[in-house]
Design a protein around this ligand. Sequence first.
Ligand code: UDP
Length: 422
Amino acid sequence: MSDGRLRSLAIISMHTSPLAPLGGYKTGGMNVYVRELARELGRRGILVDIFTRRESESQAAIDDSIGEHVHVVHISAGGLGVVDPNTLISHTQEFAGGIHKYATRYNRGYDAIYAHYWLSGKAAEVLRRSWNIPLVQMFHTLGAMKNRIAYQPMIDPRVIGEMEIIRTADRLIAATQAEYAQLLWLYRADRRKVSIVPPGVDAGRFAPLPKKQARDAVGLRDGERMLLFVGRLEPLKAVDTIVAAVGMIHALEAELLHGVRFTIVGGSATDPERRKLIAMGEQLGVSAYLDFVGSRDHTQLPYYYSAAEALLMPSDYESFGMVALEAMTSGTPVIASGVGGLQYLVREGETGFLIPVRDAEALAQRVRDLLHAPSERDRMGANAAELARKYDWPIIADRLIAVLADAMLLRRQQANSGNPGG
Ligand code: UDP
């Protein structure tokens, strides 16, 4: 609008809803990101419509439960049911059509579109052209990186789709320096388009809690100590490295494990990955130390983080690693593999430790160090909480609003000069 302020935003999250329960196979950081950002923008009086694919009849057409001025709009595309995101590409036009219809019906005029993951970007390209407003894109994961880690061919329809979005979007948000470099070097993005803005964390929710309260809430008995994993149970999270590390500690120094719990939050009893991990624990003779508790609501996680000696995150890759940030905000050190976003969040010896990918021995050593020197937990935890303050959502939202406003300004200038841009 004329004074250049962001008043209304269309957020697109096609394949996964910000209302979905977390910790499932495909629901994680991006769902939290969209939900928390929308809530923060809504709090500031910005109208936010989040468009996501309708998965079931029971979903209200419009859901207002996230917060003030925020609406989740369920749009039909490709039938009902949960479907593999890879198959949704053939329904992005239909999805964009549904959004268009909604906007016309409710007389919505947005200042900008903020699209998440490449599928949403494809739908957003259509809308951007017809509404003539800027498109800001965040990928959360890039196909080229996923393929590298999974040893798959580099050129697939997703990578090609991402390249197109990178060319046409007005601005791109990279969560980290690493993603910035990937956009530039793997996708040849125009560096002037890319802004590095990390995800935020809700510092009101995640804060160091009194130890006893947290320990009681998660059912730790006197004398017990807990090491924690939180996340989707999928192979890339490398929970098997944790189980292998427990096996190594058990072989080297079994007495150290007395009263120690390794708690795995996320997934469900039917996950094949969970069954694999349980079998591995049995084979190594360490099942007694492992607790698979399944997914937990976001509101319960502060207790887990605050009660833990450390968060373990030995992932093969994390584009950001929201869980690490939540643990840090809760005053808990993190032992993580030095990949993707984790290498920027964790400061070696200060807020936790970085280990090589799939190095169970290094993980076992770091866990032993912490169990032997419990005061280190508080020192590193305090540093972690201090460092995490700069990720508080209001600070991050300011930075995103600045990028969106910039994109709006540029588009107006292009319109005034008669050049519609990209
Ligand atoms: N999460 C949750 N309950 C669970 C497991 C995960 O609320 O049982 C949340 C977690 O708090 C975090 C997100 O899901 O906000 C996972 O984000 P992350 O970036 O760590 O991983 P991703 O799922 O994006 O790979």
